[in-house]
Write a protein that binds this ligand. Structure first.
Ligand code: C5P
Length: 410
């Protein structure tokens, strides 16, 4: 269990009989060298005592945001952790977290946390199978959290079926595996430690009606590769990811899922001021339908006319708020006269670098695992051409160029 050595883990417990398993879980975490802080919902304290858990974790246990003696700083706790383990996660707590409700310390820390969050549901089989619970679980996964699957077996109600919380060894195993994965590769120098990186990635979907949308073929692979590489180099990464099948997770990676260009714009605007480096890798839809029909449009007419309006240009808008210490990288996907267009884009969007890829190169662009890029940098007006490489290697090249700007002086 060496991957957990020195890791800071928040164990958040909600009110289920499975809470008894958390004493063993905490012992295993401590034994593996992790530092543990325990949070409980008020209901959880009926199932296992805070005294037991504070003794095992060697830290005070919090079950209130505000108690008579103190106000517990949920933001500080959220930022402290390398991972948060919510176990057992009851149907009620899942519903709260999936919907952003915040009336317990568990929910407050969850909303403040930038670290990966693992949740292990525990409930009766019918509660687990209910579409409301399943929708909440899906939502939490879409928000970038990691589900630790339920088991099948005897339940506290006496019924038997799906809904049993994973066993302590399994909970700890998930964390161990996660940190192993993100650490198992050759040591990467923490060359971006302390830097905040904002990355937009993936396509956007612009709804026509409840079932149809306008979109593009972007997979999100390039932006996700950049996010994982920057996190590996020690940066705090905020990835704003459009509809993509990818579901990346890593230490120091915060993922916000969005669908439309306007949602992406809002999320990116919220994170922009804080970042040192922004990489606009998303293939944002330039236009959206002016109207979105409430109901599915029937095919009664021979022709259908859609009026489109322009979406906000995220990169071009945020560039106007650029502070002296910030550096910006844009992407340009051109089907013709790439270099010339990239130079124009560099100037027009006031980027520090533009990554140019063309759809003409075999194996480059959307959907592929490989890409062939050229990077044009503003400071020296130099164009560096690279070979066809995996998107992970391309991410390395792009961040190597960006790192030359560090340490960035304001
Ligand atoms: O103008 P064009 O779409 O080719 O510009 C590409 C660059 O601008 C990319 O970095 C892309 O992520 C960004 N962009 C954006 N918002 C848009 C359109 C493009 O951030 N609406």
């Amino acid at each position: 269990m060496r991957h957990l050595e020195g890791k800071r883990i928040i164990v958040a417990i909600s009110g289920s009989i499975a809470a008894y398993k958390m004493a063993t879980t905490i012992r295993l975490l401590i034994k593996a060298g992790a530092e543990v802080r325990v949070l409980m919902t008020p209901a959880a304290t009926h199932f296992i005592t805070p005294l037991t858990l504070s003794t095992l974790s060697k830290n005070p246990v919090f079950s209130e945001v505000i108690s008579e003696e103190s106000w517990n700083n949920h933001v500080e706790m959220g930022l402290w952790a390398d991972a948060m383990l919510l176990a057992p996660a009851t149907a009620n707590t899942l519903a709260q977290l999936a919907n952003g409700l915040c009336d317990t310390i568990v929910a407050a820390v969850y909303l403040s946390a930038r670290c990966p969050v693992f949740f292990a549901p525990a409930m009766d089989l019918d509660m687990w199978a209910h579409p409301a619970t399943q929708a909440n679980v899906k939502r939490l996964i879409d928000h970038g959290n990691h589900l630790i699957p339920v088991g099948n077996g005897e339940l506290a109600s006496g019924l038997s079926g799906e809904g049993r919380m994973a066993e302590p060894e399994d909970l700890v195993g998930h964390l161990h595996h996660f940190f192993g994965e993100s650490q198992g590769k050759p040591e990467v120098q923490q060359t971006m430690a302390g830097k905040k990186v904002l990355i937009t990635a993936g396509p956007t979907h612009e709804p026509i009606d409840p079932v149809r949308y306008i979109g593009n073929r972007s997979s999100g692979k390039m932006g996700v590769a950049l996010a994982l590489e920057a996190a590996k180099r020690g940066a705090h990464v905020h990835l704003i990811l459009g509809p993509s099948v990818l579901n990346p997770a890593a230490a120091h990676l915060q993922v916000t899922r969005v669908d439309t260009a306007r949602e992406m714009f809002k999320a990116a605007s919220g994170a922009f001021e804080q970042c040192d480096l922004a990489i606009f890798a998303a293939a944002v839809a330039d236009y959206r339908p002016e109207q979105t029909a409430d109901q599915k449009i029937k095919k009664t007419e021979d022709a259908l006319r859609l009026d489109l309006v322009k979406n906000p240009d995220i990169a071009a808008t945020l560039e106007k708020q650029k502070q002296a210490h910030q550096r910006l990288i844009g992407f340009a996907l051109e089907t013709q006269a790439g270099e010339e267009h990239a130079r124009q884009k560099l100037n027009r969007k006031n980027m520090d670098a533009i990554v140019l890829n063309t759809l003409q190169d075999e194996g480059a662009g959307f959907q592929h695992d490989t890409n062939k890029v050229s990077i044009l940098t503003a400071a020296d007006n130099k164009l560096r051409r690279f070979e066809l490489k995996t998107k992970e290697q391309v991410a390395t090249d792009i961040l190597d160029v960006a790192e030359q700007w560090w340490p960035v002086k304001g």
